[in-house]
Write a protein that binds this ligand. Structure first.
Ligand code: HEC
Length: 305
């Protein structure tokens, strides 16, 4: 081979090697933000996804027990990993780069953001920015919390939504809240969906006749409808605001396996009669066999005499 070609090949190889070190993320991808806020539930879901899909190579975050690969996978808690913008992390997880696989067709885009929310929990410097949406005021809903109280005089349930913005807890205005009462099966919507006012407050008229448990307790669940902005934000509170109702436990009376109480009397009688008749017949047959045996013994004695 010509020397010049050899040189060219070397240059190409060297530059390929250099670019292999640098993982370039297009600016528009690097600027992408999560469409929803990271919170405990996204981090928890992210942790599960991480264990299933990433841990085998990237190890336990912060422990630097990564698998021995070339190039080595960085620890998620490392500066190298955390120096990525959210969009860069998303881009790299979607694309992959050998030996790391592409997760484009393995994880949904929501799941990838959940994993990122988990990865971010290992940095104390990280402050999340989420995709801006118009129409909402006050806190962007980061780590939003719902507080439920019972306003007895008005027979209303009050929900107050507070969120963190610029590290200050602020009311979240103009977001939709729904209130439910928990039932055996599914949840019952109370009143209708309400939007929070400037104080982050929403009021729900509580029906006077809603059955509670035997002490009148009702389990209430409040949810923010805008899951893309707030993640799954819920409050779960039990208040003594229902009508005390005795609900027989499922294993009593009505239960499918509780057959005795449910049996009609004619069935019970005919069943008992049939069982007695069958056993009576068996006894009769046994008695007859005994009689035949006895008669036989008697006949033997007579012939012997
Ligand atoms: C088969 C092993 C393997 C699996 C599985 C894997 N990775 Fe990787 N990952 C790597 C390797 C190796 C690198 C370094 C690639 C490089 O620099 O070319 C890497 C790099 C990365 C980077 C880029 C870090 C940087 O340098 O900026 C991110 C982000 C990342 N992985 C996230 C994940 C996530 C999240 C998962 C799970 C959804 C995952 N990886 C699963 C091996 C893996």
């Amino acid at each position: 081979m010509n020397k010049r070609y050899l040189l060219l090949l070397l240059v190409v190889l060297a530059s390929a090697h250099l670019s292999a070190q640098e993982w370039v993320v297009p600016a528009e991808n690097g600027a992408k933000l999560s469409p929803f806020a990271f919170n405990d539930s996204t981090r928890k879901a992210g942790a599960e996804l991480y264990i299933l899909n990433c841990k085998s190579c990237h190890g336990d975050p912060g422990k630097n027990n990564v698998i021995n690969l070339v190039p080595p996978p960085p620890d998620p808690a490392s500066v190298r990993m955390q120096n990525n913008s959210d969009g860069a992390l998303q881009f790299k997880i979607v694309q992959g780069r050998a030996p790391m696989p592409s997760f484009k067709n393995i994880l949904s885009s929501t799941d990838i953001w959940r994993v990122i929310s988990y990865v971010r929990s290992f940095s104390d410097k990280y402050v999340q920015e989420i995709e801006k949406k118009s129409g909402r005021t006050g806190a962007a809903g980061l780590n939003a919390r719902i507080l439920l109280t019972w306003l007895k005089e008005k027979n209303q349930v009050q929900a107050v939504i507070m969120g963190m913005k610029d590290k200050i807890t602020q009311p979240v205005a103009g977001t939709e809240v729904k209130l439910f009462a928990k039932r055996y099966f599914g949840n019952l919507l109370i009143d209708e969906a309400r939007n929070t006012d400037a104080q982050g407050k929403a009021l729900f008229n509580f029906p006077k006749d809603l059955p509670g448990d035997s002490a009148g307790y009702v389990q209430l669940i409040a949810k923010l409808s805008d899951e893309t902005a707030f993640g799954e934000t819920k409050a779960d509170t039990t208040l003594a605001i229902g009508v005390p109702t005795y609900r027989p436990p499922l294993n009593e009376q009505r239960a499918m396996w509780n057959v005795v109480q449910k049996t009609p009397i004619w069935l019970l009688l005919s069943y008992t009669f049939t069982v007695l008749a069958v056993w009576g017949f068996i006894f009769y047959v046994l008695l007859q066999i005994r009689a035949i045996y006895k008669a036989g013994v008697k006949k033997d004695q007579e012939t012997a005499d």
